[in-house]
Design a protein around this ligand. Structure first.
Ligand SMILES: Cc1cc2nc3c(=O)[nH]c(=O)nc-3n(C[C@H](O)[C@H](O)[C@H](O)COP(=O)(O)OP(=O)(O)OC[C@H]3O[C@@H](n4cnc5c(N)ncnc54)[C@H](O)[C@@H]3O)c2cc1C
Ligand code: FES
Length: 336
């Protein structure tokens, strides 16, 4: 039986390969044109050492302690010249995609829907035969080329890929290149080119409660993650706090309600920073974090939004004196 292995390179590029129990992950990667750094291929040198973020696997029993110590193996380190996958896995490769002789994949698709959800927010869906082969980890992003220009913009997937279709939640930045295209020119059927998937902000194996903090269209990666969680379930509680600046920035509430109905352990709240807001919950996301959400630090924290929001929340969390077990964040930085 073949398993899907996501190889995450240190430059943020992710490539997916197929591997079954008859071959090592390094051999499977090589067969599919990706050269994970290797030397001895014998479990002796440690050159091929990577970190398994998720999945079950057989480490092999031919390697020596100098190449992979017992403690390292317990932490999740693996020798890819020895390991064989027993399920889908996510593996962090401590080398660039270029060094491993690969690069991000590029896809052609067409706009299937573009809708202005509010003055500030656009929902874009694209579809194409090629996209049915696009695999990504929920939370990751792609670079979308702005039609009619050579420029690209990064967008996180807001859904999983279904029947060759994926969606995005995009802030309408007045005068912005992509924003102007989407609000002015874009129509169903227009072709778009995307490259990826990219990024280290993705849903890890859920081993403890999760606290998800979203700012504005920083909600996008979380709706993709929650779709995945709805499929696979979670025995741990999950709480999302979604913060926006103005009432009209608040979108996708129906989607969150629907996800809450599908995921028994999931709850969420939304707040609006503008003091003139008519929304019942006002203020910043940090004002709505309760001690139970931080669970004395036994929590994985995911944070995504515009850079000032991510910085403010990171600062707040540090000030609380509670170090979450894991803290993952993505900043929706403006392109250069
Ligand atoms: C990893 C990553 C993932 C991202 N994912 C998303 C996503 O899912 N959804 C999303 O909406 N955005 C996302 N972004 C931001 C996105 O890539 C673009 O920067 C944004 O959409 C603006 O593009 P534009 O072409 O419309 O404006 P541009 O032509 O790039 O910018 C026009 C002007 O507006 C300024 N500007 C750009 N963005 C902002 C902003 N947010 N606030 C204030 N001024 C701004 C620019 O500095 C420039 O002066 C992501 C960014 C990164 C790095
Ligand atoms: S290449 Fe030497 S241990 Fe794998």
């Amino acid at each position: 039986m073949s398993h899907k292995i996501a190889l995450n390179f240190e430059d943020g590029v992710t490539r997916f390969i197929d591997a079954d129990a008859s071959e090592t992950v390094a051999d499977a990667a090589y067969r599919q044109g990706i050269n994970i750094p290797l030397d001895c291929r014998d479990g002796a040198c440690g050159t091929c050492k990577c970190f398994a973020e998720a999945g079950s696997y057989d480490l092999g029993d031919e390697y020596v302690d100098d190449a992979l110590g017992e403690e390292e193996a317990e932490q999740g380190y693996v020798l890819t010249c020895q390991m064989r996958a027993q399920s889908d896995c996510v593996i962090r490769v401590p080398a660039s995609s270029e060094l491993c002789k690969t690069q991000q994949a590029s896809f052609e698709a067409a706009i299937s829907a573009v809708r202005q959800l509010s003055d500030s927010t656009i929902a874009l869906s694209i579809k194409g035969e090629a996209l049915s082969k696009l695999a990504f980890l929920p939370g990751q992003y792609v670079n979308l080329q702005v039609p009619g220009s050579e420029q690209t913009r990064a967008y996180s997937f807001s859904t999983l890929q279904k029947d060759g279709e994926v969606s995005f939640l995009i802030r309408n930045v007045p005068g912005g290149l992509m924003s102007s295209f989407l609000t002015g020119l874009a129509k169903a059927g227009d072709s778009m080119t995307l490259a990826g998937p990219l990024g280290s902000f993705y849903l890890r194996e859920i081993k403890r409660p999760l606290l998800l903090l979203a700012g504005g269209t920083g909600l996008a990666p979380f709706t993709a993650m929650l779709e995945k969680i709805a499929e696979q379930g979670s025995e741990h509680p999950l709480h999302l706090i979604y913060g926006v600046t103005n009432d009209f920035d608040l979108v996708e509430m129906d989607k969150l309600e629907a996800l809450a109905a599908r995921i028994p352990n999931f709850s969420f709240s939304a707040c609006v920073a503008n003091p003139d807001s008519s929304h019942p919950l006002k203020g910043y996301v940090t004002q709505h974090i309760e001690p139970k959400h931080l669970n004395d630090g036994e929590v994985d924290l995911y944070l995504c939004g515009p850079p000032p929001m991510v910085e403010a929340v990171s600062h707040y969390i540090r000030e609380q004196g509670i170090a979450p077990a894991n803290f993952y964040y993505e900043k929706f930085a403006a392109s250069a």
